[in-house]
Structure formats: C-alpha cells, structure tokens
Design a protein around this ligand. Sequence first.
Ligand SMILES: Cc1cc2nc3c(=O)[nH]c(=O)nc-3n(C[C@H](O)[C@H](O)[C@H](O)COP(=O)(O)OP(=O)(O)OC[C@H]3O[C@@H](n4cnc5c(N)ncnc54)[C@H](O)[C@@H]3O)c2cc1C
Length: 198
Amino acid sequence: MARVSVVGGGVAGLAAAGRAARAGHRVELYDAGSYADQRRGAWGEVVADFDRIPLDETADGVVRSLEEIAVRIPTAGGTRRVATLCTPDAVVIDRGRLERGWRRALPESVAVYENHRVDKAEFDRLCARSELVIDASGPAPVSAPVAGLTVPPAPAIKTLSARATGDFASHYPTPTAIVAPDARLFVTTKDTAARRSG
Ligand SMILES: Cc1cc2nc3c(=O)[nH]c(=O)nc-3n(C[C@H](O)[C@H](O)[C@H](O)COP(=O)(O)OP(=O)(O)OC[C@H]3O[C@@H](n4cnc5c(N)ncnc54)[C@H](O)[C@@H]3O)c2cc1C
C-alpha cells in the first residue's frame, strides 16, 4: 500500500483520489477550498466528453445531457453558425454541486483536508513522505515552482459560461460555441450570444 498525496480537489484531484483509494492506497487529499454549499458558486458548464469522468449521468450536479452544440464564429453583425458538434457524451453540469457530491462519494479511507492550501514548503514535505504526489491544483500548479517545471502560466481563461443558479436548462436552450481567432472554443448561452449580436 502506497501513501498518495493529492493536492487540489477539483475534478482531476477527486478522480485521482478515488482511483488511488480504490486501488488500495492510503490517500490524503488537500484542497484550498471547502466542499460546503458555496463551493465555486453555481456555474453552468458543458463537459463535452463526460464518459471520461468516472461518474454516471445520475450523479448529483449533472443537470442534463446534450445531443449537439452549435459552433458559431464572430461576424461584423454578430455571429454565424458554421458547424454543429455532435456530442453524444456531453452534459451540462453545476460543477460546485458535482464536486460536492463527488467528495461525499469518495471511499471513506480518503482523508480530506479542506481549506488547506499547500505551499511550496508543504509540497516538499509531502514529496518526502509520500510514494506518490499528484498535483491537481489547476491552472497555476503548485508544483511548477517547486520542481522547476516549465509549465507556463495558463492564459487567462476567457469564458462565456453562464453564471446561473438552479436548473441550467433555461440557460442552455441551444448550447452554442463561439470560436474566435484568439480564443479556444467556448460554450455560451443564448442570452450571451444575443448580447454579442446586439
Ligand atoms: C469560469 C470558468 C468556466 C469554465 N467553463 C467550462 C465549460 O463550460 N466546460 C469545460 O469543459 N470547462 C470549463 N472550464 C474549465 C474547467 O473548469 C477546467 O478544465 C477544470 O476545472 C480543470 O479541473 P482541475 O481539477 O484540473 O482544476 P480545478 O478545477 O482548477 O481544481 C483545482 C483545485 O485545486 C485547489 N487548489 C489550488 N491550489 C491549491 C493549493 N496550493 N493547495 C491545495 N489546493 C489547491 C483549488 O481549490 C481547486 O479546487 C471553465 C473554467 C472556468 C474558470
């Protein structure tokens, strides 16, 4: 049995912690935030390939599944639909709720430390006493300055995701992705698209 330390308890950290625990390892999970009600607020997000997440679609926080997403590009007058993505495995999630439920579903053997930000010194200590340390601390990984990695800071994420509460069905009546030359592909809401074209 190995001692596994997971830094960061978002989707990546939760998946890693659950998998390592089910493989029989002793797991400690550290997250800078808490899994209380207000975790991340209520974001509606689209996960394009939900089958890669080790949860099923009945999990708390899965709002609904999607069959397709329209891809639009910006034009002078607004946006133009250029393609349709068939997304048989896509779902809309409330990520805060999904992570809360996922944390509850972790094997009891996982020791979860909430409101616990791991700094460089502690990361070094975890490395010294663990057989495996998994850095799942997100876009500015805590290990980057520690291990001398060359992970560049992630570019600011521009997103058009909806900030919404409740059932996101009303915010994603027609899920739409907008592709801009300086951007990745973002899923937006009908409301946001309307504002852009207006
Ligand atoms: C506003 C917004 C909207 C988005 N919309 C979408 C979308 O619609 N569809 C989509 O697919 N993706 C979307 N994304 C991207 C998606 O959220 C990320 O790809 C995903 O969260 C990455 O998961 P992760 O577990 O790697 O990192 P994160 O979700 O960033 O989790 C990292 C965790 O580590 C913790 N942490 C950080 N530093 C430390 C530390 N030093 N010590 C301890 N804990 C630490 C944080 O508290 C956090 O819980 C969006 C992102 C944002 C910001």
